[in-house]
Write a protein that binds this ligand. Structure first.
Ligand SMILES: [Zn+2]
Ligand SMILES: [Zn+2]
Length: 398
């Protein structure tokens, strides 16, 4: 291969002759047909025709050794071989591991591919530091971090990121990175199929209560609360409730102990009646000679019995107790189970003795005196003749 400065006689593509130029005397004269070429020592340098005031040099990526000569226009002088080194870098720094505009939840490490990185002219926020292996780490900081990297040729790449240092959870998932919130609990699913809570102090009949406190116990596997707000639901398995006189509508909710199911609103109707029936018109333990009529009053009366046998009241809430051989107990029960009772004896008529009822003291209107008064015998003569004042004495009991 030729190398150096030559004068060539060229016809089309054929080189007819060549002579290495070793001194200025070898340079072609005006009018000569030879042309001067420079042949590089390698294919990269190539061959260059001389005689131009400028050279267009195609650089290759990386280091380029440019070898050239200066030749006077009149071909009287040629310079020694000169060399300039140029570097061509058309590639901007490449950032691997960061996404433009992305929000990161924790410090993020990225790498830069760039042989000629110029940190001095790059713009790197304080929150970004370089690691010993050459990679960079962007730490959490407020606001957007703009990272501008430049190489020695002035190519630049920029990226804008936000590093929060914490996740932004919504419904248990980070909106930025998709991470799951370890503390997240999905809301319970509402269900109509949850069994009812049971009043466990049912001192009552049906929905009627005669004590103003009841305990409402959740079915197994559920918590009970009077709020549907799961965050304040608590873990009670029963509710102690106080009733007001009359009808009480108690609303409550049941939440499964695994937190997955919550009942729809449930209602317990509880009627509170602490007032016992009132029996009036008779006196307890008393004996009556004639069937007495008594009155039983209670707003929620459900049953009246006489010696255990159910009886009906009149429309006026009265009851006439018929005579009987033995004592009779009249008992009244209301819906809540409140009771009142009274025991009386009812004779079938008066028990007269000598014209007076030994039970009630009433006189016998039918009584006829069949005994007579008698005159005492003092001064008694015969056939109604008396010789002194007479004394007339009533019989015993008169
Ligand atoms: Zn996240
Ligand atoms: Zn009597």
């Amino acid at each position: 291969m030729l190398e150096g400065l030559y004068k060539l006689e060229v016809s089309d593509k054929d080189i007819l002759s060549y002579t290495e130029i070793e001194s200025e005397n070898d340079l072609p004269e005006d009018g000569d047909i030879e042309e001067v070429y420079y042949f590089g020592g390698n294919s990269k340098a190539g061959a260059m025709k001389t005689g131009m005031p400028t050279l267009d040099i195609e650089l290759e990526e990386g280091e380029n050794h440019i070898v050239y000569y200066l030749i006077k226009e009149d071909n009287t002088t040629v310079s020694e071989q000169r060399t300039k080194i140029l570097y061509l870098d058309t590639k901007a720094p490449q950032i691997n591991g960061l996404e433009e505009g992305k929000v990161y939840c924790e410090a993020v490490t990225f790498s830069v591919v760039e042989e000629n990185l110029d940190l001095a002219s790059s713009s790197i926020p304080e929150s970004v530091s370089q690691n010993s292996d050459g990679s960079f780490t962007a730490s959490p900081a407020a606001g957007v971090q703009e990272i501008v990297l430049r190489d020695k040729a002035g190519n630049e790449t920029s990226v804008h990121i936000t590093v929060n240092g914490t996740h932004t959870f919504e419904d248990g998932v980070c909106v930025h990175c998709g991470a799951s919130d370890p503390n997240y609990k999905a809301p319970a699913v509402q269900s109509n199929d949850v069994p009812d809570a049971v009043p466990t102090t049912p001192d009552a009949a049906g929905n009627w209560y005669r004590k103003n406190t009841i305990k409402l116990t959740a079915p197994t596997g559920y918590y009970i609360s009077q709020t549907s707000d799961e965050s304040s639901f608590g873990t009670a398995t029963s509710l102690d409730l106080t009733l007001n006189e009359g009808e009480n509508k108690i609303t409550y909710y049941l939440l499964s102990t695994d937190g997955k199911v919550i009942s729809t609103e449930k209602t317990l109707t509880a009627n509170f009646d602490q007032t016992a029936p009132v029996i009036s018109g008779v006196e307890g333990k008393k004996t009556y000679c004639e069937a007495p009529t008594l009155t039983i009053s209670d707003a929620n009366l459900v049953q009246v019995t006489v010696n255990g046998t159910s009886v009906s009241l009149t429309a006026e809430e009265t009851l006439t107790v018929a005579p009987a051989e033995t004592e009779q107990t009249i008992k009244a029960v209301d819906a809540a189970g409140n009771e009142a009772s009274i025991t009386i004896t009812v004779h079938n008529g008066h028990s007269y003795a000598n014209g007076i009822c030994t039970v009630c003291g009433q006189y016998d209107p039918q009584y006829t005196v069949n005994v007579d008064a008698q005159f005492l015998t003092q001064g008694l003569g015969s056939n109604g003749w008396y010789r002194a004042n007479a004394t007339l004495k009533a019989p015993d009991g008169f």
